[in-house]
Design a protein around this ligand. Structure first.
Ligand code: ZN
Length: 295
């Protein structure tokens, strides 16, 4: 049975790769083809793992190699399917959890590669997540809806604050920020995630997502400083972090939340303080030494 589940996971990974290859460009599913020369892929190369073993890694016409994302996604969905099945093989939890995992991976891949959160993906995800919420015995429809609205509303506030901040900065410094921290895609994404993790869940998920994003940008800043390439307000894609927060809540369950949350606020404050102090220090250093910006 587990071999079947693994095949199912591999198949869904192949589908996710197909969608991630074509949705950002033409918003509909197309057969696997080379993005450079649009030649259709040979059957052996439909899956990244197949392409690796059949020596079809490069396009036979133009030589463009596949992305490493392709076999990576297949590996994650295969292992993920087995993990979900071992955790709870009953259809009422295996199938919905598998669908949620597939949507999560697709959203993350497209956001990382294109900085895009597509309505054509979040729309169906909202429908499916809402339906799953209604079907699960421990959820109420009102709380599901409230979760969606809360996620949407909270990130909308952050988005608007980001806009105000960008405006203020533009006035003070006379330069315009090209990108604000949260895009509107993140607002809809947070709403969709709220539908699957519920009202309390979305509070924890957003909190965790923003915390990890803060830690990530801190590490990134340090790395750039060490390489003497520093750029203030480098926008990072928040979508993957929001999905990560929702994954911890959805797949980790109550124990994961309770073990993280008591110290959560302290962590958040600590990270925020270190982040802003650190960034301020970088700004000063940059001003005094005249860091060279490679662009
Ligand atoms: Zn090609």
């Amino acid at each position: 049975m587990e071999a079947l589940i693994a095949l199912l996971g591999l198949g869904s990974g192949g589908l996710i790769n197909m969608l991630a290859d074509c949705m950002p460009f033409n918003r509909r599913l197309a057969f696997p083809h080379c993005p450079t020369c649009t030649a259709p892929r040979p059957l052996a190369a439909w899956f990244g793992i197949g392409a690796l073993f059949a020596r079809a890694w490069r396009c036979p016409y133009c030589g463009t190699p596949r992305l490493w994302r392709v076999p990576l996604v297949e590996a994650v969905t295969t292992v993920g399917a087995i993990w979900l099945y071992r955790r709870d093989p009953t259809p009422i939890s295996f199938w919905p959890d598998g669908l949620v995992l597939a949507f999560f991976i697709l959203i993350v891949v497209i956001d990382i590669e294109h900085r895009l959160i597509l309505h054509i993906i979040t729309g169906p995800a909202a429908l499916v997540f809402g339906l799953i919420g209604v079907l699960k015995p421990d959820q109420e429809f009102g709380m599901i809806l409230l979760g969606g609205l809360t996620g949407f509303g909270l990130v909308l506030v952050l988005y608007l604050l980001g806009c105000v901040f960008a405006h203020l900065l533009a006035r003070l410094r006379g330069k315009v920020l090209e990108e604000v921290a949260f895009g509107f895609g993140d607002v809809t994404l947070a709403g969709v995630l709220g539908l699957i993790v519920g009202f309390y869940g979305v509070l924890v998920a957003l909190f965790l997502g923003i915390l990890v994003a803060g830690l990530f940008s801190l590490v990134y800043l340090l790395f750039m400083l060490l390489r003497r390439r520093y750029q203030a307000f480098l926008p990072i894609a928040y979508g993957p972090f929001l999905v990560l927060g929702a994954s911890i809540v959805y797949f980790g369950g109550r124990t994961a939340i309770e073990s993280i949350f008591p110290y959560g606020l302290i962590w958040l404050l600590g990270v925020l303080i270190v982040y802003f102090v650190g960034r301020d220090a970088f700004e000063r250093l940059k001003g005094s030494q005249g860091f060279v910006n490679p662009e």
